[in-house]
Design a protein around this ligand. Sequence first.
Ligand code: B12
Ligand code: SF4
Length: 452
Amino acid sequence: MKKLTLIMPSIGRKPGQKYIATWQMEPLVLAVLASLTPDDWQITIQDDRIEPIDPDVPTDLVGITVETYTARRAYQIAAAYQNRGVKVVMGGYHASLCPDEVEKHADAIVVGPAEGVWAGVLADAAAGCLQKRYNGSFDFPWRGVFPKREVYADKKYLPLALVEFSRGCSHHCSFCSITVFAKGRHYFRPPEEVAEEIRRTGQKIVFLIDDNIAANPEAVFALCRALQPLNVKWVTQISVEAAADPALVKAMADAGCVGVLIGFESLRSDLLSTLNKKSNESVELYERSLALLKQNHICVYATFLFGVDGDDVSSFPRTLKFAMKHQFFLVAFNHLVPFPGTPLYAKLAGQGRMISDAWWLEESFRFGQVPYRPQMLPPDELAETCRHYRRKFYSTKSIIRRALAPMTNMQSLSTLALFLTQNYYGRREVDEKFGIPLGLPEENHLLADFNR
Ligand code: B12
Ligand code: SF4
């Protein structure tokens, strides 16, 4: 039997610090790839976020999933296998957004979804005739495929199942990797297969990882009908205008939705048109959707972006006040990140505002650093101000004030316990995340005794 090793790289880590606790979710992508792999391959997985990578493991082929923040680390791991003559295939967001770069570090890459091409890649690898690049098509029939979670059954992850209902998004926000990757498409699995998959996981808490689950509201009604009998609690991501639809929000709540992540991005919705984020048309819309979510006992993880052109520092206190007023469950105060391949990246590069064209490859780059020149503040000050306001949001006083939300964060003892745990991690992680190097130190990047 041929042997395949599938790898999830970490971003990197600070010496002596464990990997960020809330980032240790099950690596769904590896289970999806395993489900597409013919039975004559024996699969093992290695997850760099929770265990040391073993480059000497007997294997005929290695597959690595690559995101922009994990690219440096992925290249380190690939080199360790290639040094002993093992072929490496890479795929994922970064491989699709930056194929020319990723190709230099891999024997083959898959651009786009693996569904239509992975079996062919494996056949070519077995026959010793790997091509350099395979282009996955988005027109595959997305049915009858169930991720093979057995591949990570012996590993310890956060106690929730990651499940996909749809991929892509019909919006075209200029900073977003999703819409570039999926070429603006939004496609679905049959709702009854999603329900069946959830049943099989046996988990009672589910993260429907869709980036904008309601990009097609009709599909969500069908999904809700399929999920309602399962009696599971689920969280997901949704755009703000969809969350202002009373029938949709009620259907989601009735089907077990207890939390949504919403990218509000900015209270200066007038500026969001520069990012082509047309869905966030006004603060009145935000207020309407938040009232509805509250009425339906759905907690909100709100994310905001700072450093948008035309914005100024008064946005920070104003946004914090808004976050406190709405007693958000969690918040992310992020700075804008120009991911490669996005229209935002092209614009900033065209204006000569990138500090480093390939910031994700820089040895000196750290997580939380701003890689472009914002109009609002110098890059370091923007990074530090985001961090400062995160600290304020996760202060003890703020946690207590936000806990006292009877319709949402305090609706039950179990929700309150979850709120307190998640806010504890949120507070701890402000400083833990900031400054993580990309990749591990070159001289000992495979150290088995690295503090995990
Ligand atoms: C769940 C999730 C998380 C979870 C779990 C992490 C994880 N990676 O499992 C958490 C919350 C921890 C998280 C954290 C972060 N995330 Co995240 N996350 C996601 C999300 C919503 C789902 C990931 C997933 O499981 N997808 C399902 C799989 C099946 O899809 P896929 O990876 O695209 O795989 C398909 C193809 O790409 C291809 N493929 C992928 N890998 C490979 C490998 C091979 C060999 C082959 C052949 C094919 C192939 O085939 C697959 C099947 O078609 C994605 C968005 C999304 N919808 O994918 C963002 C996403 C991956 N995250 C992103 C980011 C930026 C982050 C953070 C940096 C956020 C932050 N600021 O803190 C951190 C980084 C943490 C880390 N890497 O350790 C970005 C990455 C953008 C980029 N250009 O790289 C995404 C795309 C979101 C976005 N809006 O842009 N994330
Ligand atoms: S609504 Fe969200 S997922 Fe859709 S394009 Fe905009 S940022 Fe990306």
